[in-house]
Design a binder for this molecule. Structure first.
Ligand code: SAM
Length: 267
């Protein structure tokens, strides 16, 4: 019998109330949009600012989850296909992650893995690092390329279509490994979107320079109780980890570095 089925109704009710009541009481603060970010999105998409704001504020019908439900991925290739073609992930742009920027030094070879709209890649490039970016999303990659050109920043966008054993496959981590020699690889809110993330991590570890480090921030999908909501989807926007992060890192020869989410080679 599954753990979910074993739970009593009271336990499920208690757990659900904890998840349902606080968000209902919370007053949602309207998001502020940086004028530059808005401008770049308008120019790239050709949309009017009002439409772009609707996507950015995730208005009903303009959400990542709407697009995900429409594509309804049922297996790993279909899951990858959602991210490959997603339009709505473009509107997840925000300020750069300060930790990624702090760890970046001029001249370093850095990779923004799953870099989305390029917020970290562009900030690291502005700091004088030699920055590479790879993302499965065609639109994200094109947008980031456009932003780099517009801001006069040097950025290498890696193509995730690579040849393995004579066959062309979509593999962002393999593309990173083929380039290799990175001093810093940033995985900001991406590994929870990747099927078998621990295998991806092994390739990223292999793409590091000898003293290279990985910085990750990974909000894996947590187990939820489903009393009021529809049943848990096997392929959701965030996936649960098959292996705990520490175990996955250790398996590819990495140990904890200084501070949350920083990993360095064990030897
Ligand atoms: C929540 S966004 C984070 C984007 C960016 N790192 C940031 O923090 O702004 C998740 C990103 O992961 C990308 N992604 C999903 N699957 C991927 C994969 N297999 N390899 C690389 N990127 C992937 C998506 O296209 C999306 O841009």
């Amino acid at each position: 019998m599954s753990r979910q089925a074993k739970r009593t109704l009271l336990q499920r009710l208690r757990k659900n109330l904890k998840h349902v009541i606080p968000p209902m009481l919370r007053t949602k603060k309207a998001r502020e949009f940086a004028p530059e970010e808005l401008q770049e999105l308008c120019e790239f998409t050709g949309l009017e600012p009002e439409a772009v704001k609707e996507y950015l504020s995730r208005k009903k019908g303009r959400r990542i989850s709407n697009e995900f439900d429409w594509l309804n991925p049922k297996n790993a290739p279909e899951y990858l296909w959602f991210y490959r073609g997603s339009r709505t992930y473009l509107f997840a742009a925000d300020e750069a992650w300060d930790r990624a920027v702090e760890l970046t030094e001029p001249g370093m070879k850095c990779l923004d893995f799953g870099g989305g709209g390029g917020r970290n890649a562009l900030a690291m490039a502005a700091k004088g690092a030699k920055v590479y970016y790879v993302d499965i999303g065609l639109i994200n990659s094109a947008f980031t390329k456009f932003r780099a050109r517009r801001q006069n920043l040097e950025l290498q966008v890696l193509d995730p279509l690579v040849q393995i054993d004579g066959r062309w496959v979509l593999d962002t981590a393999e593309a990173a490994k083929l380039e290799g020699g990175f001093d810093l690889i940033v995985c900001d809110n991406v590994l929870e979107h990747v099927h078998d993330y621990h295998l991806v991590l092994a390739k990223l570890a292999a793409a590091l320079a000898p003293q290279g480090r990985i910085l990750e921030c990974t909000p894996f999908k947590r187990e939820k109780a489903y009393l009021f909501k529809k049943k848990e989807q096997a392929w959701d926007i965030h996936l649960p980890p098959k292996v705990p992060m520490l175990e996955a890192m250790q398996a590819c020869g990495m140990r904890r570095g200084e501070g949350e989410g920083l990993w360095e080679r064990s030897a």
